[in-house]
Design a protein around this ligand. Structure first.
Ligand SMILES: Nc1ncnc2c1ncn2[C@@H]1O[C@H](COP(=O)(O)OP(=O)(O)OP(=O)(O)O)[C@@H](O)[C@H]1O
Ligand SMILES: [Mg+2]
Length: 282
């Protein structure tokens, strides 16, 4: 007899809503990530990306809806949930007076990883980012990019089943961005982990992700590969224009994104207004 065992999703968010006073940050968002999958979240400023990531990380309570992590309810066992997650926030707050060496030791103790294991993992990860030279300098004295590298290494130390990164390439130079992109792929493959990250860099989403989700006004309005998103953007164009006009099969992710978030017209209007304000009215 053969058994068909379905893999358990690493994350399953159902009908997530988050209300901040009168602002609806999430408006019934659904998301499912499978083991080994890299999922990129793209969306305009204020679309709800960071809110979604913080809810999955267990740092913000949703107003309604649920998150399951590897099949168990996030809300019922938040400590277990956090032990499975690595998180790099939008503006990583690290302890400024600690050195990277102290900080990695601190993370290891919180994560209950032995010093041998953590030393071995740091020795494997840190050289890729050229961090050795900063081991004994207080974090407060380090550059923004170096802090970001430390935050990324720290999030990987316990080899999490789910890696959450909020705009991880912010402040990183071209070489480091490339290394991080490769690292995300290696991490998801090696540990069968899922990676969820937000970015405004289309090229990254296009080249690193298995799936891309476009988030707009607190909902995923489209998700899939670039090909699938192009198709979806075409359907919207047809629905709006009532014609058979379609999105070019060579359309870049940026063009597809602007179409799906209805921002194309906005941009044209804004540029027109700026031109009038800056040049025509002098
Ligand atoms: N702590 C908070 N209190 C009140 N409103 C908040 C809070 N956090 C987020 N919001 C609001 O919720 C909405 C979604 O914010 P969020 O930070 O999730 O967007 P984002 O997609 O990450 O944007 P960005 O691309 O600028 O990082 C915004 O309107 C924001 O002002
Ligand atoms: Mg954000």
């Amino acid at each position: 007899m053969s058994y068909n065992i379905k893999p358990i999703p690493v994350v399953e968010a159902v009908d997530l809503c988050k209300q901040y006073g009168s602002v609806q940050a999430l408006a019934g968002l659904n998301l499912k990530l499978m083991p080994g999958e890299i999922y990129g979240l793209l969306g305009p400023n204020g679309a709800g990306k960071s809110t979604l990531i913080k809810i999955i990380a267990g740092l913000v309570e949703p107003t309604s809806g649920s998150v399951r992590l590897l099949g168990f309810d996030h809300a019922i066992d938040p400590v277990l949930a956090k032990s499975k997650i690595g998180y790099v926030s939008e503006n990583s707050m690290l302890y400024e007076s600690l050195t990277p060496r102290d900080f990695f030791e601190f993370v290891a103790s919180v994560r209950k990883i032995s010093s041998e294991v953590v030393n071995e993992r740091v020795a494997r990860l840190a050289p890729a980012f050229g961090l050795e030279q900063y081991y004994d300098s207080p974090i407060g004295t380090l550059s923004m990019g170096t802090r970001q590298k430390i935050a990324i290494v720290a999030a990987l130390l316990h080899e999490p089943s789910l890696l959450l990164l909020d705009e991880p390439l912010n402040g990183l130079d071209a070489k480091t961005s490339r290394i991080v992109k490769d690292l995300l792929s290696m991490h998801s493959r090696k540990n069968d982990s899922a990676v969820l990250f937000s970015t405004h860099i289309m090229e990254v989403a296009e080249h690193v992700c298995d799936r891309i989700g476009i988030i707009y006004k607190g909902k995923i309005v489209a998700e899939g590969s670039l090909e699938e998103l192009r198709r979806k953007a075409s359907e919207i164009t047809v629905a709006v224009n009532g014609s058979a006009q379609s999105v070019d099969s060579s359309a870049t992710l940026e063009e597809v994104f602007l179409k799906l978030t209805h921002e194309e017209d906005d941009i044209a209007g804004t540029v027109r207004a700026l031109r009038e304000a800056f040049y025509d009215n002098r």
